[in-house]
Design a protein around this ligand. Structure first.
Ligand SMILES: NC(=O)c1ccc[n+]([C@@H]2O[C@H](COP(=O)([O-])OP(=O)(O)OC[C@H]3O[C@@H](n4cnc5c(N)ncnc54)[C@H](O)[C@@H]3O)[C@@H](O)[C@H]2O)c1
Length: 331
């Protein structure tokens, strides 16, 4: 069992606490929150509450922190945790710049602690099944990826919330949802080479934008088209087009309340196969994979190179959304 503390008890911190209930690999030793709602949530579950991060890190019973705080805090909180010898699971994005991501990884490696990141989409049963099929060669040579992760949950959030700040969340939907699809693209195709991003504020409700289109070009020649909207009902779609088959995975609900997903494979000649996956424990599975790595059982499946490639592409996409140009992804 890994003794961990969740830091930040807003939407996602509370989701993670709920998802970890009954985990056989992570025990929540404490939580850190300063908000009244977070404190009430923690107390209702009998979780000890810290209000100071340094005090939390000084607690020897806490072996790992799970950071669920706004994006601009990630660098400081990751570095401080690593310096105190704590394993760190950081919610996405790991950082807002490539330099910051590299600094976080270097600090964790120097302290010999494990770094995890909140890209649970990788652990969804449909994605795991699709990856198996791709690795077996069922799709043939992959030519293109098309994906969407869209939702309209943020209309209930106050307009002055950090999520709508161009500093906290440049290119609007990119750090909210688009980044998960970026992670999946990198997990299938490796580092991206060039990016072009169009970010629009079509509804006028979110200062940093509500509608994002992203085209990524990979070194192998494969391209990935990603859509991310914050002003349309939920849609989760991940599709790969191969020479021998295409596959289309549809999620029926957001990962905060997984219901079911459907994977359709269409082979040369038109033969179709459809698989349904009920529910998903992807958020918990990601955290438990992090715990297993921290406990020395097996390596964390999201590699540090993939974390770097993700933030390198993110940084290039921020640049492209601002410039309107195709931007190169730094190595
Ligand atoms: N993996 C996913 O699918 C997923 C989904 C939603 C959010 N997230 C990520 O989770 C993180 C938090 O998002 P959220 O939607 O829960 O935001 P939120 O605003 O609902 O909650 C953030 C919480 O952090 C607290 N906080 C702010 N600064 C802090 C600090 N320095 N120390 C401790 N607590 C602090 C706030 O009081 C708030 O309670 C973000 O990185 C976001 O991108 C991930």
């Amino acid at each position: 069992m890994l003794n961990a503390a969740v830091v930040g008890l807003g939407w996602w911190g509370q989701t993670i606490v709920r998802m970890l209930e009954g985990s056989g690999k992570i025990r929540l030793a404490r939580v850190m929150t300063r908000s009244a709602a977070g404190t009430q949530f923690a107390k209702a579950r009998g979780l000890a509450v810290a209000t100071d991060y340094e005090q939390l890190l000084a607690d020897k019973t806490v072996e790992a922190v799970i950071l669920c705080t706004p994006h601009t805090t990630h660098l400081r909180l990751v570095l401080a945790a690593a310096q105190k010898g704590k394993h760190v699971f950081c919610e996405k994005p790991l950082a807002l710049s490539l330099a910051d991501a590299k600094a976080e990884i270097a600090a964790c490696n120097a302290a010999n602690v494990v770094l995890g990141v909140g890209h649970e989409r990788r652990f969804e049963p449909g994605i795991l099944e699709l990856r198996r099929r791709v690795e077996k060669g069922e799709l043939g040579k992959i030519l293109q990826m098309e994906a969407t992760f869209s939702q309209d949950k943020f209309f209930t959030i106050a307009p002055d919330n950090w999520r709508f700040s161009p500093t906290e969340a440049p290119a609007g939907p990119l750090t909210a949802t688009g980044i998960h699809m970026l992670d999946l693209a990198i997990s299938f195709f490796g580092p991206a080479e060039k990016v072009v991003a169009g970010s629009r504020n079509l509804m006028g409700a979110f200062a940093n934008g509500d509608t994002l289109a992203l085209l990524l070009m990979f070194k192998s020649g494969v391209q990935a088209l990603i859509g991310a909207l914050l002003a349309t009902p939920f849609d989760g779609r991940f599709a790969l087009y191969g020479r021998k088959a295409w596959a289309d995975l549809r999620d029926l609900s957001h990962p905060d309340a997984p219901s079911s997903s459907t994977l359709t494979l269409c082979r040369e000649g038109g033969g179709r196969e459809t698989m349904e996956f009920k529910g998903s424990s992807a958020v918990r599975d990601n955290l438990e994979a992090f715990a297993e790595a921290a406990l020395g059982i097996r390596p964390y499946p999201i590699t540090q190179q993939e974390m770097i490639s993700n933030i390198a592409a993110l940084e290039a996409a921020f640049k492209s959304a601002a410039s309107g140009e195709v931007e190169k992804v730094a190595a």
